[in-house]
Design a protein around this ligand. Sequence first.
Ligand code: FPP
Length: 222
Amino acid sequence: MDGNGRWASKRGLPRSAGHRAGAEAVRRTLRAAVEEGVEVLTLYAFSSENWRRSEEEVSDLKGLLLYYVERELDTIASEGVKLRLIGDPAAFGPNLATKLETAVERTKDNDNLTLVVALNYGSRAELVEVARRLAEKAAKGELRAEQIDERLIDEEMHTAGLPPLDLLIRTSGEVRLSNFLLWQAAYSELLFVETLWPDFDGSDFRQALAEFARRQRRFGGR
Ligand code: FPP
């Protein structure tokens, strides 16, 4: 969800206004995804690198997330959306982390769309964590090195149990993965669009799905 800052500065507004407009885009995109029967929608809301932003901006983003869970939880729950988190939301402090966990718990039996929110997430940190966990199991004699395969690694990732990542969309014209789902994106279709995130809407999302439907996926075959 890139481009909130640029959207705001083009309008002479503070960055926080861009993030607020970005939260509206989240609402629109989630609605479109539910309507289109998408199984899983993952949003990169806060990267482990985002702590480098000013204290004010980090605090604005935390406030916005809190506001969003508080205001949207009833809607999300009634639409049958299941919330799941990846990354390390505990770093946001007990207030926000507890609210998020409560939201996860409350929606855990929903089976419409799974909304995965990546919070304080970094793909390399996730891989390091997996490597450490497997090494510990090996050290305790619970695992032999030759038992480590792609399936086992999949099962240790934060995304364990989710279907393969089909389509990865980055907004705002940047053409990078920026430490997002590197392992999971091995065979994903990548789509880079010029639209700034706060301008992204249901029609952009539907266009992205149409583009995905036109791609020929070969998974390394012919
Ligand atoms: C990137 O734009 C966006 C973010 C770092 C924050 C994304 C968060 C939201 C949209 C808040 C709401 C999220 C949820 C799940 C309710 P940028 O600030 O890097 O933009 P720039 O590259 O133009 O500066």
